[in-house]
Ligand binder design. Structure first.
Ligand code: 1GP
Length: 247
């Protein structure tokens, strides 16, 4: 089954959890990645995102994905930090444009640089707008984002994304954010668009995940909590997300 078809099928039943693993060997050893993948398989996360950092070599990425796939049976999706973040071993790629960047490199330049590799490796592209919301953290800085603050700004970009044919919108507060994407912003984007809505940045517990789902998120991304917290915390986040049935 194609990755997007799998996501849509799951979403007809309930909301989804996409944990994010940083493949940078300086941050996560292969042994640690293997352990995380094993745990995520047990807890039932719906897909693993791999990426985040800029400048991760293809070889490290290949190794990380191979380790994940040994234990995790659902799709592994690239979340590229640059055009180099592409591995032939991935099932899909969040083919994203940072629509609220002030630099065309992040809107279409990296995409043009990376598209031929995605085609050559036959990785399924998931067309997505990446919208960075304050505080934005490193993603906001690197991507030269004009950080979104108001709900109506986010709606304008999300609607533009939908009209340009993107089927996913990711509202990103930035990894390690001290403030998550505001519920009001999520609610407005949910109300005004038909896209699949991904929300991440600063979500560290089940209660916050539920709050974002209640506001209208379809898919919750968690990164930092995987590396910093114990298994029980992650289990409770996945359980809370899976408790949300689709209407
Ligand atoms: C980063 O939104 C993701 O791109 C995850 O953020 O690390 O804060 O969970 P956290």
């Amino acid at each position: 089954m194609r990755v997007e078809e799998y996501i849509n099928k799951q979403l007809r039943r309930r909301k989804l959890h996409f944990p994010l693993i940083d493949p940078d060997p300086g941050k996560n050893s292969i042994e640690k990645i293997r352990r995380i993948a094993e745990m995520l398989e047990e807890f039932g996360s719906d897909a693993v995102l791999v990426g985040g950092s800029t400048g991760v070599e293809e070889r490290s990425l290949d190794r990380a994905i191979a380790a994940i796939k040994k234990h995790f049976t659902k799709p592994v999706i690239l979340y590229p930090g640059s055009a180099q973040g592409i591995s032939r071993r991935a099932d899909g790629i969040l083919f994203m444009s940072l629509l609220n960047s002030s630099d065309p490199l992040w809107i279409s330049g990296m995409q043009a640089a990376g598209a031929p590799a995605a085609k050559k490796y036959k990785i399924e592209p998931l067309p997505m707008a990446y919208l960075i919301v304050e505080p934005g953290m490193k993603a906001g800085e690197v991507g030269k984002a004009k950080l979104l603050r108001k709900a109506d700004e986010a709606v304008s970009y999300a609607l533009a994304a939908q009209y340009m044919g993107m089927r996913f919108v990711y509202l990103e507060a930035g990894s390690g954010a001290y403030k998550t994407v505001p519920d009001e912003m999520i609610r407005s984007v949910r109300k005004e668009t038909d896209v699949k809505l991904i929300v991440g940045g600063g979500i560290r517990d089940a209660e916050t995940a539920k709050q974002k789902l209640r506001a209208g998120a379809d898919i919750i991304v968690t990164g930092t909590v995987l590396e910093d917290s114990g298994a029980e915390r992650i289990r409770s986040i996945v359980k809370a997300i899976h408790g949300f049935k689709s209407k």
